[in-house]
Design a protein around this ligand. Structure first.
Ligand SMILES: [Fe+2]
Ligand SMILES: [Fe+2]
Length: 342
């Protein structure tokens, strides 16, 4: 689970475009720029010579676009995502890394604090994650590749993509329901923390534990996220309850309502598990990340009773199988986690 290298910073008014994400677009949706000395110069115009751009992209060289063209680029990238996922000329790991980069590019503005969440933004998130869901349901090799190439740097959109991908994978593994149900888990996983846009940055980035007032504000992200999505779409999508319930816990210790297991939808419980796992295994401002093994141990023992036992067991089996395959976790470790809470 390696972090992606950071992109070369772009000058004011421009944003960087990693070469990899352009490989499946049909036409250039906007002008592309490159650095010539310290300044950006036009390399290819909107609708211009795609082959020349792809030739440069294949050599791993990146581009920039003007920020005002960002929306055009993101739309083209979301449309190209199904082709990336289906491109058998690339290895599963290459496809997965490309899909991850495209998703990050499409989603970042939607998860930044400045941008308002509008209908177009949500439709774009649906389009991006649905393309990933469809292929993860059909192609087992891609499932393992997506998990293996998952990024762990602490940004909101990374956590969103990870939660969605883990959600798809667990729902698939646990034979959770028909594709529509898994699609909703993925959409909810992607948008579950969108309400953090409404929490002050000082609280989100605080390098120590939150006091009670700060904690109250943090807890508001659940309802805020639910309401933002409903308001932006103009209706209640079928996954909205998962956003509202992702911090409820089976023993009643969660929030906002403190419901117990029977009052929490099963798909919300699933999102709660993969959300907690990704949060524990990612660096946070106030603590270092823990290993996958330790995270599962914490969830099974330290947080005993908070999660559905059955779903957590499925998740442990799933990750144990993955880690056994990649030789990162020995069978004995898996047995220890499974046996730890009896
Ligand atoms: Fe959350
Ligand atoms: Fe989260």
């Amino acid at each position: 689970m390696q972090a992606q290298p950071l992109l070369t910073p772009a000058p004011p008014g421009f944003e960087p475009v990693p070469a990899r994400i352009l490989t499946e677009i049909d036409t250039l949706p906007c002008d592309l720029y490159i650095f010539r000395g310290p300044r950006p110069i036009l390399y290819a115009s909107c609708g211009g010579d795609l082959e020349r751009v792809l030739d440069r992209a294949r050599r791993g060289m990146s581009f920039m676009v003007r920020e005002i063209d960002s929306e055009l680029l993101r739309g083209a990238l979301a449309a190209a995502l199904p082709k990336v996922m289906a491109n058998n000329a690339m290895t599963a790991v290459e496809r997965s890394k490309t899909a991850y980069s495209i998703s990050a590019k499409v989603l970042t503005p939607i998860f930044t604090r400045e941008s308002a969440l509008d209908r177009e933004g949500i439709v774009l998130t649906h389009k991006a994650i649905d393309a990933i869901t469809t292929h993860l349901l059909e192609d087992e090799e891609m499932v393992w590749a997506m998990v293996a190439t998952m990024q762990k740097h602490p940004s909101v959109h990374t956590h969103a993509i990870n939660t969605a991908v883990y959600g798809i994978v667990l729902a698939r593994f646990a034979r959770f329901g028909p594709p529509d149900v898994i699609r909703d888990v993925a959409r909810a996983g992607l948008l579950h923390d969108i309400g953090k846009n409404r929490v002050s940055k000082a609280i989100l980035d605080k390098p120590s534990h939150l006091d009670s007032g700060e904690w109250m504000e943090m807890r508001l992200h659940v309802k805020a996220g639910h309401d933002m999505v409903v308001r932006a779409l103009g209706y209640q999508p079928s996954y909205a309850h998962m956003i509202a319930e992702h911090h409820e816990r089976c023993d009643g210790s969660g929030y906002p309502a403190g419901r117990i297991a029977t009052g929490i939808a099963l798909d919300s419980q699933l999102v709660g598990i993969v959300d907690a796992f990704d949060a524990l295994t990612t660096r946070r401002p106030y603590r270092a990340p823990v290993s996958a093994f330790d995270a599962l141990h914490i969830m099974r023992v330290g947080m005993r009773g908070q999660f559905s036992d059955e779903l957590l067991r499925e998740f442990i089996k799933l990750l144990g199988g993955f880690n056994a395959m990649t030789a990162k976790m020995e069978g004995a470790d898996l047995a220890r986690v499974m046996g730890a809470a009896g």
